[in-house]
Design a protein around this ligand. Structure first.
Ligand code: PBG
Length: 327
């Protein structure tokens, strides 16, 4: 039966009808806010391509995290800017490094806030790669113990979730073993399972000062052309003990989010990355799009594709954006 018997517009006739018929909500409780933490006090260094985001010293980080938490966002994920970078990324796994200090300060001031800790070496290495270099190549197996050390140090500082983003093979298993051995078998791992070698990370690399100084990340991050391979990465990470799997970036990979969601019965996170954020900011700045409506529509699309959790720089504006979507 079709028109005129069938009229889908009947269910769109009023705001309250539309509200009742909504299939997907963003849900501020499903957003995680990424933050950049730097040494010093009273330091706020704005990130030009990410308006509203800044490298913050711990005192200001706490203030901003408190506001984000007040708005209903359950957690933050931390990226550190070290004092010094070296070939093996030492500050990344030093107990007095910037991230462990920030974790313990946040947990002390805001015990209810979930603190996710990204685990990767690229912010801490002078060459900017996510692992150690042996004979000009990122050496997978030599990197695993360092990532494991970092995870344990963050756990000891009080992190609630460990999130390895380096894309070395076997890192989830190595980190799981390390955490269990150190008495943290209860701590969940979110693996950046399907992380693509993406140009959408551009602004982040300015923010975290982590651009590779030679070559690129295509030897360890995934080829944007591949979706089947993402399923393999996810399967391996789950076997190794990942509790939540992530797809990153989000918007250009909605199909991957959907396939992961359908194939595996596990929580899926998606990272709405810096470049996705910067595009919206720039176009809105030019007056070409409506910032709030576009941001909300993007977040909704990521949820609709199947993500349970979204890491997004828009989380700070979440309360306002959710109102925009009428939820
Ligand atoms: C570290 C890491 C990156 C991002 C998150 N963790 C950058 C990269 O892999 O180059 C990107 C996040 C963003 O663009 O917002 N490996």
């Amino acid at each position: 039966m079709s028109f005129p018997t069938n009229r889908p517009r009947r269910l769109r006739g009023s705001a309250s009808m539309r509200k009742m018929m909504r299939e997907t909500e963003i849900g501020v409780g499903r957003l995680i806010y990424p933050m950049f933490v730097t040494h010093g006090t009273g330091v706020r260094k704005d990130i030009s391509a990410m308006p509203g985001c800044a490298q913050l010293s711990i005192d200001l980080l706490i203030k901003e995290a408190a506001q984000v938490y007040e708005a209903g966002v359950p957690g933050v994920i931390l990226f550190g800017i070290p004092k010094m970078k070296d070939a093996v990324g030492s500050e990344g796994y030093h107990p007095d490094g910037i991230v462990p200090m920030a974790i313990s300060a946040l947990k002390k001031e805001l015990p209810e806030l979930q603190v996710w800790s990204d685990v990767c070496l690229c912010e801490y290495t002078d060459h900017g790669h996510c692992g150690v270099i042996v004979d000009g190549e990122v050496d997978n197996d030599a990197t695993l113990p360092l990532l494991t050390r970092a995870a344990v140090v963050y756990a000891q500082a009080g992190a609630d979730i460990i999130a390895p983003s380096d894309m070395m093979d076997g890192r989830v298993g190595a980190i799981r073993k390390g955490l269990d051995g150190a008495g943290f078998s209860h701590l969940p791992i979110v693996s950046y399972a399907a992380k693509y070698a993406s140009a959408f990370y551009g602004p982040f690399r300015e923010a975290a000062q982590s651009a590779p100084q030679f070559g690129d990340r295509r030897g360890y991050q995934m080829d944007p052309a591949n979706a089947r391979e993402a399923l393999r990465e996810v399967a391996l990470d789950l076997e190794e003990g990942a509790d939540i799997v992530m797809v990153k970036p989000a918007l250009p990979y909605l199909d991957v989010i959907r396939r992961v969601k359908e194939e595996f019965n596990v929580p899926v996170a998606a990272y709405n990355v810096s470049g996705e954020f910067a595009m919206v900011k720039a176009a809105a700045e030019m007056g070409w799009i409506d910032h709030d409506r576009v941001a909300a529509e993007i977040l909704l699309s990521i949820r609709r594709a199947g993500a349970d959790i979204i890491l997004t720089y828009f989380a700070k504006d979440a309360a306002r954006l959710l109102k925009e979507m009428g939820s």
